[in-house]
Design a binder for this molecule. Structure first.
Ligand code: PEP
Ligand code: MG
Length: 324
C-alpha cells in the first residue's frame, strides 16, 4: 500500500491554503524504525516504551534499556524521537508486577501515578534515556498527566537524574525537551501557567475521548458510539489549541484518530499542526491534506456547529464529495 504513496513520500505536507502540517509516526519496537524512511515520517511523535516491559517476564535491566534507546536514536538518523515514559496499568499489566485489584483500572493507579508513587522504575528509565542520548538531543514525554503538579514532580525527577548523571561523569544530552500527554479533560483546564511551563503537549486522543465521553475505549458496545467529530469534542480540541497558542506551546495529536484521513483533516482544520500516527497512515493522510484547503473546511465546521449539529461529519463528507 505504501507503494501507492511513494510519489508523495518525500514531499512536505502543505495544504492548498499553504499550511504546513508535520506528519510523524508512532512506534514501540525497534522493528518499527525502518518505517521512518519508508513512510516519509518526519520523526517519531510517540515512542511507547511500555512494550519493552510487557514482552518479557521480568523487569528489563537498565543496560538493556540504554542499548535499546540508543539503537532507536541511531536508527532515527537525527530525526526527533519522543520517548514516552512507562504507561502501565489499566489495559497494560506487567506480568511480573503484583497485580493491584482495582474496580476501575482505567481510572486507577496507572502511568505517571505509578511513576511518581514508586519512582524507582521511572528513575531507571530516565537514566537509561540520558545515557542512550549520549550527547544527542533528547525528548521525554510523561503520560496521563491530570494536573500540573504531576508534571512538575516528574520534571523534578528529570532534573535530579540529570544532576546525578553529571556527577557520575556521563555525557548530558545536547538539548532536553520535556512534555506531557494531554489525555484527561482536566489538563485542558489547568492554569495557563502550566501551558507556559510545559515544554510541549501531545493530545492522547484515545484516552482523552474515552474520558470526555465516559465511554470505555476497550468496550465494543460503547467505543464507537461517540464521534470524534462530535461538536463537543471539537470544542475541547479548539480550547486546547487556543491555550497552547497563547503560550506558544508546541502541540501535537497522537492517538488513532490522527491516522484516520477525515479525522486528521478536521484536526488540522482545528489548528493542530503535528499529527502522529501509525506509519501506514502517513500516505493516505498526507494525500488528503495536500488536496485540501483548511480555511474552507474550518468554515464548513463552524457553520455545522452554528446550526447545532451533533457531529460535523455529515457536513464534512458533503464538502469532500463536492471537492472530488
Ligand atoms: C492515547 O491515549 O491516545 C495514546 C496515544 O496513548 P495510548 O493509546 O498508548 O494510551
Ligand atoms: Mg493514552
Amino acid at each position: 500500500a505504501q507503494e501507492r504513496y511513494a510519489s508523495i513520500r518525500d514531499r512536505k505536507t502543505e495544504t492548498q491554503d499553504g499550511k504546513e502540517i508535520s506528519l510523524v509516526m508512532n512506534a514501540g519496537l525497534m522493528a518499527d524504525l525502518p518505517s521512518l524512511d519508508s513512510s516519509g515520517a518526519e520523526g517519531v511523535g510517540l515512542f511507547r516504551t511500555e512494550l519493552q516491559f510487557l514482552v518479557r517476564n521480568q523487569m528489563p535491566k537498565r543496560s538493556e534499556l540504554v542499548s535499546l534507546y540508543s539503537r532507536v536514536l541511531d536508527a532515527a538518523h537525527g530525526k526527533r524521537v519522543v520517548f514516552r515514559t512507562l504507561d502501565i496499568g489499566s489495559d497494560k499489566v506487567l506480568p511480573y508486577m503484583k497485580p493491584t485489584d482495582e474496580p476501575n483500572p482505567a481510572l486507577g493507579w496507572r502511568a505517571i501515578r505509578v511513576g511518581l508513587d514508586k519512582p524507582g522504575v521511572m528513575r531507571m528509565q530516565l537514566q537509561a534515556l540520558i545515557r542512550a542520548a549520549n550527547g544527542r538531543p533528547l525528548t521525554i514525554m510523561f503520560p496521563f498527566v491530570a494536573q500540573a503538579e504531576e508534571y512538575h514532580m516528574a520534571r523534578a525527577e528529570v532534573d535530579k537524574t540529570i544532576a546525578r548523571e553529571k556527577r557520575l561523569g556521563h555525557v548530558l544530552p545536547e538539548s532536553l525537551e520535556i512534555g506531557a500527554m494531554l489525555e484527561t479533560p482536566s489538563l485542558a483546564f489547568a492554569p495557563q501557567k502550566f501551558f507556559d511551563d510545559v515544554g510541549f503537549l501531545s493530545i492522547g486522543g484515545n484516552d482523552l475521548k474515552q474520558f470526555f465521553f465516559a465511554a470505555d475505549r476497550e468496550n465494543e458496545r460503547v467505543r464507537r458510539r461517540y464521534d470524534t467529530l462530535n461538536v463537543s469534542f471539537l470544542s475541547l480540541i479548539e480550547r486546547i489549541v487556543e491555550r497552547c497558542a497563547i503560550s506558544g506551546t508546541p502541540l501535537s495529536f497522537c492517538g488513532e484518530d490522527a491516522g484516520r484521513p477525515i479525522e486528521a483533516l478536521c484536526l488540522a482544520a482545528m489548528g493542530i499542526r503535528t499529527l502522529s500516527m501509525r506509519p501506514a497512515s502517513i500516505g493516505p493522510v498526507k494525500s488528503l491534506l495536500l488536496r485540501s484547503n483548511l480555511d474552507d473546511l474550518r468554515k464548513i465546521i463552524t457553520d455545522a456547529r452554528h446550526r447545532g449539529e451533533q457531529s460535523v461529519r455529515p457536513a464534512v463528507m458533503e464538502w469532500l464529495k463536492q471537492q472530488s
